[in-house]
Ligand binder design. Structure first.
Ligand SMILES: C[S@@+](CC[C@H](N)C(=O)[O-])C[C@H]1O[C@@H](n2cnc3c(N)ncnc32)[C@H](O)[C@@H]1O
Length: 312
């Protein structure tokens, strides 16, 4: 069955593996697989361990979920590079790689990826503003994280999806959108190359590269619906924008460092099959519970759980 023939409400498969993504992606059963979206949210080189929440209301003082001390920036880059390259090698034609980092290593990783994937494959830099605020006395507080986007071929980007639109500025609406059509919709018209193009106020304009409307609070406030207590969990709205923007229903999604399973949960909800990997046993047990995958199987290598995810 081709992708176009898939029934729209088919329940997508979710696969979850525990282990090092470098080793797992090299296994014969994964080597030939391709994904339209690869999202990687690695450790940021914070030089510390990240603890999970012990329960609602607790700070992140529970068991260590993962260690993010690598012995310096060079060691961090040496650990990350082969894993990013292995993940990028699984891209399908039209697919894109999204690498989520912060100021600690994003600039070095950008240069590294330009070298590894080719400067022409670099598509965009998204500035994500989690909205938590920040404190820093040594200089300006850093209140954003960065997503580097690479696509070796022509990248799929569903620019007309409402999740990739934003309202026109009030001033622009007041000055330019003065006409109203028979349905009461405000619009403006522009002429280019001898053709007239109509733009409606209510469809908004294409979203830019600074994203401020996906607050982290949804994921890391103890009582939030989607919060799992896993440290560094990303909000579902952020992943929904990426998945809807960069894939079509039925396209495959890979998250080789999936943590609490945010990408997989969103992909399942949006009808995309997904493969997640995490080296942390705690991450895998949190993700399993979140995805309704049931208890971990007996610890024989490789540990694998696969099931039809609940479509919601
Ligand atoms: C920033 S967290 C990911 C959080 C995730 N996006 C979420 O929303 O929950 C980074 C994850 O990378 C995992 N990790 C680090 N090195 C890994 C490796 N070599 N293979 C697989 N997972 C790894 C860590 O265990 C951790 O869960």
């Amino acid at each position: 069955m081709t992708r176009a023939e898939l029934p729209p409400l088919a329940r997508p498969a979710v696969e979850l593996y525990e282990g090092d993504c470098l080793e797992l992606l090299a296994r014969p059963e994964h080597r030939a697989r391709q994904f339209e979206l690869v999202y990687v949210d690695p450790p940021f080189n914070t030089e510390r361990a990240h603890g999970a929440r012990r329960g609602p209301g607790w700070r992140h003082e529970g068991p260590a979920a993962f260690h993010d001390a690598h012995g310096g920036l060079d060691a961090f880059l040496a650990y990350l590079e082969p894993r990013l390259v292995a993940a990028a090698a699984r891209l399908a034609p039209g697919g894109s790689l999204w690498v989520h980092l912060d100021h600690r290593a994003v600039h070095e990783v950008k240069v590294l990826l330009d070298r590894a994937l080719g400067r022409d494959a670099y598509r965009a830099e998204i500035i994500w503003v989690p909205g938590n605020g920040a404190r820093r006395s040594a200089g300006p507080a850093v209140t954003h994280q960065t997503l580097l986007v690479y696509a070796p071929g022509a990248m799929l980007w569903n620019t007309d999806d409402p999740i990739l639109r934003e309202p026109y500025a009030d001033r622009s609406l007041a000055i330019h959108f003065r006409k109203v059509d028979g349905d009461g919709r405000r619009y403006r018209e522009r002429v280019a190359g001898g053709r007239t193009y109509r733009y409606y106020a209510d469809t908004g304009r294409a979203l830019g590269s600074v994203w401020t409307d996906c607050p982290a609070m949804g994921a890391n406030t103890p009582f939030a619906r989607e919060a799992t207590g896993y440290p560094t969990q990303k909000p579902e709205r952020l992943l929904e924008r990426i998945v809807r923007g960069a894939t079509r229903a039925g396209d495959a999604v890979l998250d080789p460092m999936c943590g609490s399973g945010t990408t997989l949960a969103v992909a399942a909800r949006l009808g995309r099959p997904s493969l997640g990997i995490d080296a942390s046993p705690l991450a895998c047990s949190v993700a399993r519970a979140r995805l309704g995958l049931g208890a971990a199987p007996a610890p024989t290598a490789p540990r694998r759980v696969t099931r039809r995810a609940r479509a919601s």
